[in-house]
Ligand binder design. Structure first.
Ligand code: COA
Length: 259
């Protein structure tokens, strides 16, 4: 597919997706959301892609949902727009391959929500993240009220969302919203290095571990225990489990096939 708002680069099993809507600081309109959905579906389907890095071009990761588009919406249109964005982000969250957000600048509103739907967030010292929706007269609409409390705890999430706070990179790191903060010029290399490390592991084990952790945040403890036990057992049906353990015992590097 031809993309208007996305720039894609693929190398060594990693897909780099750059959001590129410079005049609006990468604000999300319905077309950009559709493109993102499509690019991630393609990444899911392509066997050679094993991890995705998502970043923004310019001084912004994503400066939120498009306020100009939202300003004239009625409640029915707003519900459709919110639900669509939330579904796109949910598909990113549960996709079988890991997704790393490389947060280069502003990640506000929908930008914060997109970063939170990714598995891991690496940020530049220039990043600013928050949920300013209450200052626009709305609530977060792409599941920020679900994911922020899970990531940073209910008290901190309430402070950020109710006060419409924007955090600098150091504060977002301190509360666990960012995994790591690096100098701007090191951002993509750092994200790439992490993605490469994940790509070097057994793909099915990575996929099942992601599924187990997502599931553990969304179900009761006993149900999550059962899910983990099943996914653990499933690994023993893979060639990679045999290869990984044989390689350890033979003191050599494992060569994983993803089977
Ligand atoms: N939706 C639509 N357009 C947006 C946007 C958004 N979320 N965020 C920025 N833009 C546009 C601005 O309207 C401006 O357009 P213009 O040049 O036609 O006037 C352009 O991007 C540049 O933004 P500007 O505000 O001039 O840049 P800045 O460096 O002074 O400030 C921000 C950057 C991110 C602090 C500021 O743009 C901002 O607060 N954006 C909205 C963030 C927000 O509330 N997001 C949640 C939405 S639910």
């Amino acid at each position: 597919m031809e993309y208007r708002y996305l720039l894609l680069e693929k190398k060594d099993g990693i897909l780099l997706v750059r959001i590129h809507r410079p005049e609006e600081l990468n604000a999300l309109n319905a077309d950009l959301l559709s493109e993102l959905d499509c690019a991630m579906a393609e990444a899911s389907a392509e066997e050679e892609v094993r991890a995705v890095i998502l970043t923004g071009e310019g001084k912004s990761f994503v400066a939120g949902a498009d306020i100009a588009c939202m300003s004239t919406m009625d409640p029915v249109e707003a519900k459709a727009f919110g639900s669509f964005g939330a579904e796109v982000f949910r598909r990113i969250e549960i996709m079988e391959k890991p997704v790393i957000a490389a947060v280069n600048g502003y990640a506000l509103g929908g930008g914060c929500e997109l970063a939170m739907a990714c598995d891991i967030r690496i940020a530049s010292t220039k990043a600013k993240i928050g949920q300013p929706e209450t200052s626009l007269g709305i609530t977060p609409g792409f599941n920020g009220t679900l994911r922020l409390p899970r990531l940073v705890g209910l008290g901190r999430a309430k402070e950020i969302i109710l006060a419409g706070e924007t955090l600098d990179a150091a504060e977002a790191y301190r509360i666990g919203l960012f995994n790591k903060v690096v100098e701007p010029e090191e951002l993509l290399d750092t994200a790439w290095e992490l993605a490469s490390k994940i790509v070097s592991r057994a793909p099915l084990a990575v996929r099942y571990a992601k599924e187990a952790m997502n599931n553990s945040m969304e179900s009761g403890f006993e149900a999550a225990m059962a899910m983990e036990a099943n996914l653990f057992a499933l690994c023993f049906a893979t060639q990679d489990q045999k290869e990984g353990m044989a390689a350890f015992l033979e003191k050599r590097k494992a060569g994983f096939s993803g089977k």
